[in-house]
Design a protein around this ligand. Structure first.
Ligand code: GLA
Length: 349
């Protein structure tokens, strides 16, 4: 949908993709591995820079109208405007902006709607730096806006997306390797219908448990699975086991994609979901049912929750045409393609 703006006032279009994580969740903040891809759903801002007011109009959501250049304040309404204010504050914005914002992403559903918003806003407001600096700005803004101590999975995927490729990310080395998506593999995302919020304490608790585990046995991605026996607390032990086994699945998953082994990749997704459900305890019964339903469909290689969990979306890897109508499963579903990075285009006026 093209947002309605006065063309005479339009001077730029900023777009930031969302992402789907194919495998490797709750590993980023532990310095582990993940394999996301930027997707062809995202946030678009059309408008022009100038003046001393920051105004973003949204037809989908309540409009954020900031009467003056904003200072980040956790009471700002609507909530999405807090992300905008956090980015503007971090950038020490001194020039205003007037524009319209639209999103094709389901919000708060595990497809990085907030990182996509922050990055699109930063580009629209004139961010001028490297993709790495852009990702770090978005991570700081997420924390300032809603207090979530997130890793860099979402921001890296959005800032470094590559058309037709997944990204093998090593969060200790900060290295990103593109992995070509096999032509005969379709990626389908289905909404479980359960809305989730990341701001809850559960995410922070998982992160803290991983830090406790690392203080006992060392950096989790470098540990062997037997090392978890040294952790006496059973919950912390399970959390560590998830991170260690998930990093191994990411390695094998990248290999499966490179070998055009959709079935092998699907089995790893199913194992990943079981680990997130049993050891990391971030799934929900509705999400588990949806995964079970998807993997019972002929031609679906595998499925798993994606992102932080606690509801939101499920991702499935399928033979082409296995799920011809992604909306037919729960009413909200998408066939997604691996997309390029966030970008801004200056227009002639
Ligand atoms: C959210 C966070 C990411 C990552 C995922 C789980 O999307 O923003 O940093 O931790 O959850 O993999």
């Amino acid at each position: 949908m093209t947002p309605a703006v006065n063309p005479a006032m339009t001077s730029l279009v900023a777009h930031a993709p969302g992402r789907v994580n194919l495998i490797g969740d709750h590993t980023d903040y532990a310095g582990g591995l993940a394999l996301p891809m930027a997707i062809d759903l995202g946030t678009t801002i059309i408008g022009h820079r100038g003046g001393d007011q920051l105004r973003l109009h949204s037809e989908q959501f309540r409009t954020a109208m900031m009467e003056a250049l904003p200072i980040m304040d956790t009471q700002i309404e609507p909530i999405w405007a807090r992300y905008v204010a956090a980015v503007a504050t971090d950038m020490r914005l001194s020039l205003g902006f007037d524009g319209t914002i639209t999103s094709t992403l389901p919000l708060g559903a595990g497809l990085s709607s907030s990182a996509s918003l922050e990055i699109a806003v930063a580009l629209a407001l004139g961010f001028d730096g490297t993709p790495m600096e852009l990702a770090l700005l978005a991570q700081r803004s997420e924390f300032a806006a809603v207090g979530v101590p997130c890793g860099l999975l979402d921001q890296f995927a959005c800032a470094f997306g590559r058309d037709g490729h997944a990204l093998l990310i090593d969060f200790t080395a900060s290295s990103i390797e593109p992995v070509l998506m096999p032509e005969n593999l379709e990626i389908i995302v289905v909404h479980s219908g359960v809305e989730r919020t990341l701001a809850g304490s559960a995410y922070s608790e998982r992160r803290a448990a991983c830090e406790t585990a690392a203080s006992i046995i060392g950096e989790l991605p470098t540990c062997a699975i037997g090392d978890v026996d040294a952790i006496s607390d059973p919950v912390v032990r399970r959390r560590a086991r998830h991170v260690i086994t998930e990093c191994e699945r990411v390695r094998e998953g990248a290999h499966a994609l490179r070998s055009d082994d959709g079935a092998g990749f699907g089995s790893l997704m199913i194992e990943s979901h079981a680990s997130l459900r049993n050891d990391f305890e971030v799934s929900t019964p509705e999400v588990d049912d949806l995964v079970a339903r998807l993997i019972s469909i002929p031609g679906v290689h595998g499925a798993r929750m994606t992102g932080a969990g606690f509801g939101g979306c499920v991702v499935a890897a399928c033979k082409p045409g296995a799920i011809p109508e992604p909306t037919s499963i729960t009413g909200r579903g998408w066939k997604v393609q691996a997309a390029g990075p966030a970008r801004v285009e200056m227009l002639e006026v």
